[in-house]
Design a protein around this ligand. Structure first.
Ligand code: NAD
Length: 311
């Protein structure tokens, strides 16, 4: 057998000669990315990691205050905020135009924005769900991802580089049933299918299309769902109109939620954090994944490989 080839420090961050770690290169140097829903939660972690790796980032979100504050904190030279409701086509088109106008190109779109929908018993049942609420969730999660793909791919295909990476955040609810309200599950399965279809079409233009399916991450979305579920279970009227506004979770709530997720995960030890999803997004955004397209990268500590959650 030939000698084992030396590991490339640029890929592994390790010097094969003496095993000493070498500084990790910036993996998105010179690239421009849009992160939808980037103002907080998983999206914020993606924005922070992309910037750390040298990317210029446009945060596209409906939360002006949080988006502007994050852009200011990270430096407006590297990060810009654009108000964008991903379910509105003109907003998505404008976000792409702003990214190209400001930074000169678009290499990466991360379709991260999403909503979970109402958590009451009635809202979660196929016998009584509300059609308007179903439509709202599908419009943000599924149509929003499709519109992002459409306008990002137009910008990427019209550039002479003819390359790009489109990443959508789906969910383990896009892999298994029984993990979320019907609209959410339908929308996340839609993202997985859309990813495969778009990968087939856009591969000819050098554009890779992938998605990530996280398990439970203690973000405002998950903690608010937990609060709503608890309120609905204890309310006299389980269908009470529960406020969908999401308050900032306390540290105690984050810790409690992380404990619940740790209990459900097969992989014991690490706590699933927004940074873990951001690392998956970084890999799919970078050239290290240059031959990966149409893939659903599940980040779940192995839960979807067992019956722990639903069995
Ligand atoms: P979050 O609610 O904490 O953050 C979502 C962000 O998206 C917010 O900044 C919000 O303002 C923005 N947003 C909502 N609707 C929008 C719209 N119409 N247009 C633009 N921006 C919009 O949620 P999160 O937990 O960080 O979730 C991020 C993504 O990860 C979502 O797609 C979610 O479905 C997915 N996900 C989350 C988990 C989890 O456990 N937290 C698990 C699996 C998948």
């Amino acid at each position: 057998l030939p000698d084992k080839p030396a590991m490339s420090p640029s890929l592994h961050g390790w010097d094969s000669a003496n095993g000493a770690p070498t500084p990790m290169p910036k993996r998105l140097e010179g690239k421009v990315a849009i992160v939808t829903g980037g103002a907080r939660g998983i999206g914020e972690a993606i924005v922070r990691l992309f910037v750390k790796h040298g990317a210029k980032v446009v945060i596209a979100d409906i939360d002006d205050a949080a988006g502007e504050a994050l852009a200011a904190a990270l430096g407006t030279h590297h990060v810009a905020f654009v108000r964008c409701d991903v379910s509105v086509e003109e907003d998505v088109e404008r976000a792409v135009e702003r990214a190209v106008a400001r930074y000169g190109r678009l290499d990466v779109l991360c379709n991260n924005a999403g909503v979970l929908g109402r958590q009451t018993r009635a809202a979660k049942s196929i016998l009584s769900f509300d059609a308007g609420e179903f439509d709202r969730v599908l419009r943000v999660n599924a149509l929003g991802a499709a519109l992002g793909m459409k306008h990002a791919a137009r910008a990427m295909t019209s550039s002479p580089r003819r390359a790009g990476s489109i990443i959508s955040v789906a969910s383990v609810a896009g892999v298994l049933g029984g993990l979320g309200p019907h609209a959410y599950t339908a929308s996340k399965h839609a993202i997985v299918g859309l990813t495969k279809n778009a990968a087939c079409e856009l591969g000819a233009h050098g554009i890779r299309v992938n998605c990530i399916s996280p398990f439970g991450v203690a973000t405002p979305m998950l903690i608010n769902a937990w609060r709503q579920g608890h309120d609905a279970a204890t309310a006299d009227d389980a269908d009470a109109d529960i406020d969908l506004d999401i308050a900032v979770p306390s540290d105690g709530e984050v810790e409690k939620m992380e404990e619940v997720v740790r209990g459900l995960a097969n992989l014991k030890g690490p706590t699933l954090r927004p940074r873990d999803i951001a690392e998956a997004a970084l890999f799919l955004a970078s050239d290290e994944s240059r031959y990966i397209s149409g893939h659903n990268l599940v980040v779940d500590g192995g839960v979807t490989t067992s019956r722990n959650l639903i069995g």
